[in-house]
Design a protein around this ligand. Structure first.
Ligand code: AR6
Length: 179
């Protein structure tokens, strides 16, 4: 990983920020920004399905019907280096008065809980909801990192490193300011 990796210790672990394509990272679990029907799509969802291969969709169809906003489901990682993909569904941004911030926090919490239940130590997440779902990144960054810090501080968690894989320098900068 490059020199542009920013790190902050939290509890017994750390939060890392990295400008990266999440599909290239070697971690125990990768978080996907999915939709309620788990149907695949554009953005990071499309990239993860392409890189992981058809096994990912097959397993989703076999094991799950849907995934309500704010929750998450887990599959194997297919062809990814990651052992698991955790498909979390963030909210679509409307105007901020429809519970969007709490739903985004819930999506991250659900993903981190599943990771710990599967004994993951390292995890990488994209910035959920800030792409196609239009959630303002300035509001999303503190929610994402607050949820990560809480997960790393939770008693008994297996998680030691949560990396946010940001897709642009501008996104990385917003997260770095919040960190
Ligand atoms: N690695 C890391 N981040 C990425 C990558 C990548 N390979 N590709 C895109 N991003 P989005 P959402 C960033 O739109 O807003 C899908 O169709 C992207 O630049 O992927 O939660 C799903 O099926 C942005 O900063 O997810 C849903 O229908 C961030 O990932 C819907 O989009 C999230 O953007 C979910 O929308």
């Amino acid at each position: 990983m490059g020199s542009d990796r920013l790190i902050r210790p939290v509890g017994e672990g750390r939060i890392a920020l990295l400008r990266a394509d999440i599909t290239t990272l070697t971690v125990d679990a990768v978080v996907n920004a999915a939709n309620q029907s788990l149907a695949g799509g554009g953005g990071v969802d499309g990239a993860i399905h392409r890189a992981a291969g058809p096994e990912l969709m097959r397993e989703l169809r076999e094991r799950y019907e849907r995934c309500p906003t704010g929750s998450a489901v887990i599959t194997g990682g297919g062809r990814l280096a990651a052992r698991y993909v955790i498909h979390a569904v963030g909210p679509r941004w409307r105007d901020g008065n429809h519970g969007e911030p709490e739903l985004l926090a819930q999506a991250y919490r659900s993903a981190f809980t599943l990771a710990s239940e599967h004994s993951c130590t390292t995890l990488a997440a994209p910035s959920i909801s800030i792409g196609i779902y239009g959630f303002p990144i300035d509001l999303a960054a503190p929610i994402a990192m607050g949820a990560a810090a809480a997960a790393l501080e939770a008693p008994g968690t297996s998680l030691r490193e949560i990396t946010f894989a940001l897709f642009s320098d501008a996104d990385l900068e917003v997260f770095a300011r919040t960190l």
